[in-house]
Write a protein that binds this ligand. Structure first.
Ligand code: ADP
Ligand code: ZN
Length: 211
């Protein structure tokens, strides 16, 4: 099964994708994570992406489409995959069609603006293993500032500062939200209430997948 997680930044796509990935035993392809790895490694792609990510803007379509194209033809994707953070524009969605990728379900995680802002500025990530936490939700780490999984320290993402967050939300509404209509017309869109406690939202997602 090929699944897309849609929703504003900070809606909990990554957290939910990780849970579903484990349950269905299919990989998650997070363009955000792939781009952040490239930023750290200082590759060509990373250098190209940096100015966009730091401003809270989208990395150009051809770059991210290339990333996804390379990733989905890897052997671990043969039984399906989850796309987290892709597509983010109509052009990217059309690129999937052109690659002959059949999307089964699109899960749109809905969260109110105010909450999103709170979640994005509350997000903390482990510098070592990449696990994410949130000091403003029920996804807090057990110990302040320390990763539950590996014990390393937690940091705030550079693009989770208030100004960049505001820009990312603007970008989401203008460029990504139209994808809801795009997939709704195809009967693939499932709206999930992302304001519920994590476990309840996850249950809702599982029901949509099994439907
Ligand atoms: P969030 O976790 O807030 O949803 P991501 O980690 O998915 O954010 O993405 C972080 C940044 O990486 C985005 O602000 C954007 O600059 C870039 N990016 C990630 N995915 C895409 C994409 N599909 N198209 C363009 N840019 C992207
Ligand atoms: Zn960790």
């Amino acid at each position: 099964m090929n699944i897309i997680f849609l929703g504003a930044p900070g809606a909990g796509k990554g957290t939910q994708a990780a849970i579903v990935s484990k349950k269905l035993n299919i990989p998650t392809i997070s363009t955000g994570n792939i781009i952040r790895d490239a930023l750290r490694s200082g590759s060509d792609m990373g250098r190209k992406a940096k100015e966009y990510v730091d401003k809270g803007q989208l990395v150009p379509d051809d770059v991210v489409i290339g990333i996804v194209k390379d990733r989905i033809c890897q052997p671990d994707c043969k039984d399906g995959f989850i796309l987290d953070g892709f597509p983010r524009t109509i052009t990217q969605a059309e690129a999937l069609d052109k690659m002959n990728v059949k999307i089964d379900k699109v899960l749109d995680i809905e969260v109110e603006d105010e909450l999103i802002y709170n979640r994005m500025t509350g997000r903390r990530v482990c510098g070592k293993c990449g696990a994410t936490y949130n000091i403003n939700t029920d996804c807090r780490p057990k110990k302040d500032g320390i990763c539950d999984k590996c014990g390393d320290s937690l940091v705030q993402r550079r693009d989770d500062n208030p100004d960049t967050v505001r820009e990312r939300l603007k970008v989401y509404y203008s460029q990504t939200e139209p994808l809801k209509e795009f997939y709704n017309k195809q009967g693939k869109l499932f709206e999930i209430d992302g304001q519920k406690p994590l476990k309840e939202a996850t249950d809702e997602i599982i029901r949509a997948i099994e439907a």
